[in-house]
Design a protein around this ligand. Structure first.
Ligand code: SF4
Length: 349
């Protein structure tokens, strides 16, 4: 298996993917028109998106990439279906990467033209295979949509480009099933060293889609593979970035500022954990230090349960305590806990 430390490295407008580089967060715009796309890209970038994809359904949108790139500084991936001319035009407009399926770009000659244009501009190509549109030959070979069939389709796309001496390749496979997604990527990691772009496609609306994405993407990341992720939600793309960060944080592959540990509360809780945890979460949002902060309902189990925390709050009778590295350092009335916690956190920075 090729782990994420050992995949080949490709560079997307300066953001490196693969070879143990930080697992990059991607999203896709759903706006149209230069100004609306620029506004959305700026918001995505501010939220933590590192690479953004734009759909290129026609020549005008291919050319728009030029204007977009003069107004916002984020690597752009042009998403192209079927039309090699659009791929070349998007590259000429400054697209930093293409997402195509080499098998449906119009035949070998057209694929070669796209590969040469991408090579000239040092733009990688993502071979994106969709489980819903697998080649008939693979469907009959494997008796339907299986992980083996999806992986083979993607690997055929890779071989196709490599025969043209094009090697800056990222692979993605799109299925809307978390278990199938995990199996597809496991097979790919056995057979190629191309960096893997991981996502569960059409995962659903924000709440259920975030959970499905966390299960599918998380399973891949926990297996030690996956070089970049895109959470795909029916909703505001900013939700995708929030979800991506939580998945990366929970999988232990990246940190984004403080990690908040809070107990689910039970009959032993002696402070309003839900209110305090909400307040702490909000107050921590502008701190970037990699610390773990706990909010626990009781002093009996709290500090022990939150052993990993650098600092935290635990409820006591009519009061609460602040603990640091497992030791109680102050006892205070409930309404003074958050302020003191923040002060102690500042002293740690
Ligand atoms: S920390 Fe205390 S209040 Fe919170 S769940 Fe554990 S035992 Fe219950």
């Amino acid at each position: 298996m090729t782990s994420r430390e050992n995949t080949r490295v490709v560079s997307v407008g300066g953001v490196k993917i693969g070879g143990g580089n930080p697992v990059a967060i991607q999203s896709m715009t759903n706006a149209s028109g230069v100004d609306a796309v620029v506004a959305q890209l700026s918001a995505l970038k501010a939220a933590g998106c590192e690479i953004a994809r734009v759909a290129v359904p026609d020549m005008a949108s291919a050319r728009d990439i030029y204007a977009i790139k003069t107004k916002v500084d984020i690597p752009i991936v042009a998403d192209i279906h079927f039309d090699a001319r659009l791929a070349v035009a998007a590259l000429e407009s400054g697209a930093d990467k293409l997402r195509i399926n080499p098998g449906n770009i119009g035949g070998e000659e057209k694929a070669r033209i796209v590969a040469e244009a991408a090579k000239k501009r040092r733009a990688p190509i993502r071979v994106g295979v969709n489980a819903g549109s697998l080649e008939k030959a693979l469907l009959s070979k494997y008796g339907g949509i299986t992980a083996e069939a999806v992986a083979e389709s993607a690997l055929n796309g890779v071989k196709y480009l490599e025969r043209m001496d094009f090697h800056d390749i990222v692979i993605s496979v799109k299925t809307s099933s978390a278990p199938l997604t995990a199996r597809c990527y496991a097979i790919l990691a056995e057979k190629t060293d191309c960096p893997l772009h991981v996502g569960v496609t059409e995962a659903g609306a924000v709440w259920a889609g975030s959970i499905k994405s966390a299960v599918g993407i998380g399973a891949v990341l926990l297996a030690g593979i996956g070089d970049t992720i895109r959470v795909s939600l029916t909703g505001d793309p900013l939700e995708e970035i929030k979800c991506s960060k939580e998945i990366l944080r929970a999988s232990g592959v990246r940190r984004f500022g403080p990690d908040l540990v809070s107990c689910p509360t039970c009959a032993r809780a002696q402070i309003d954990v839900i209110k305090i945890a909400g307040e702490v979460e909000q107050r921590l949002s502008n701190i970037t230090a990699d610390i773990t902060v706990a909010v626990m309902g009781c002093v009996v189990n709290g500090p022990g349960e939150a052993r990993e925390a650098d600092i935290g709050i635990a409820g006591g009778k009519n009061e609460g305590v602040i603990f640091k590295s497992g030791k109680i350092i102050a006892k205070l009335p409930e309404d003074e806990l958050v302020e003191r916690l923040l002060k102690e956190i500042e002293s740690l920075l």
